[in-house]
Design a protein around this ligand. Structure first.
Ligand SMILES: [Zn+2]
Length: 287
């Protein structure tokens, strides 16, 4: 972890709260080590559900969630949060998927161009986003994946997006996502705490289907970062998104000790860049 204070980590997410769920631990960890940490939120989650009508209305949800993201960033020590400028597309199949202002409808080269501008400005060593499943199939998550993969390559190409700054090639690209073990541990912790599992509810995929469709197979994981010192911070950051995680949410109801066990580590798949087959640091192998 030597030299972390010289490094820049950029994570690209679909909505406010995703930064804390998938990458809250690494953001806290590398921020504490002095790295510059940049969170890109492609949308402000304006189609999200609202846990308590006292917290927000559908009309002001984007503003409220933007403020929640700022609170979470403050807790985690994040250097900068940026909104890529798109509207939430809503869950797959909803009419909001067709809104021309939605991230889902944005032309890929336009979205990638906005991200290229940020990459050239921030010059990250490492970029993290979702894998091709978008972690759970949400159209904005899948679009965040495609946008990031396109921008990762284009940012270093002087012919691409010539008016958006000096070319910069980030060294490493990672995909985040839950492993089978994380899904199973979360389900077990809910059962132990007497919390009804959300898996399979309302006709959604049950736990086994969810693991089959969305979990990262353990053999694909290259990178396991110890985030155990930051598990409570990650929980606090998640709960700062109170429109999403109110007092009845799983993360509010599970005992902090159970979450510490589930969140001892965050796992990633290295897609581009140097490093050993198994590594414990996102910046490993960099000069
Ligand atoms: Zn999301």
């Amino acid at each position: 972890m030597a030299g972390a204070e010289r490094r820049v980590l950029m994570v690209v997410h679909a909505h406010p709260d995703d930064e804390s769920i998938g990458t809250g631990g690494i953001l806290a960890h590398y921020s504490a080590l002095g790295s510059r940490t940049v969170v890109v939120a492609c949308t402000l989650g304006d189609c999200g559900e609202i846990s308590d009508p006292a917290f927000a209305t559908p009309e002001n949800l984007a503003d409220v969630r933007s403020a929640e993201l700022a609170s979470a960033a403050n807790i985690l020590g994040i250097s900068r949060t940026v909104h890529l400028g798109y509207r939430d597309s809503g869950m797959d199949g909803r009419p909001t998927n067709d809104d021309p202002r939605s991230f889902h409808q944005a032309p890929l080269d336009e979205a990638a161009g906005r991200l290229v501008r940020l990459v050239r400005e921030e010059r990250p060593d490492v970029i993290v986003t979702y894998d091709a499943t978008g972690t759970y199939g949400h159209p904005d998550h899948i679009k965040a994946h495609r946008t990031t993969v396109a921008a990762f390559t284009a940012a270093g190409d002087w012919r691409a997006y010539p008016d958006t700054g000096e070319p910069w090639s980030p060294s490493k690209l990672y995909f985040t996502g839950a492993t089978r073990a994380t899904f199973t541990r979360l389900a077990q912790a809910m059962a132990d705490a007497g919390i009804e599992s959300p898996y399979g509810r309302g006709g959604g995929p049950n736990l086994a289907e969810r693991i089959e469709r969305f979990a990262i197979p353990d053999e694909r994981v290259t990178t396991v970062v110890d985030i155990s010192p930051y598990a409570d911070m990650k929980r606090a950051a998640l709960l700062a998104h109170r429109t999403q995680f109110g007092t009845q949410s799983v993360f509010a109801r599970l005992p902090p000790a159970a979450l510490r066990a589930i969140w001892a580590t965050e796992s990633f798949v290295r897609v581009v860049g140097p490093g050993p087959r198994r590594e414990r640091d996102l910046f490993e192998g960099l000069a």
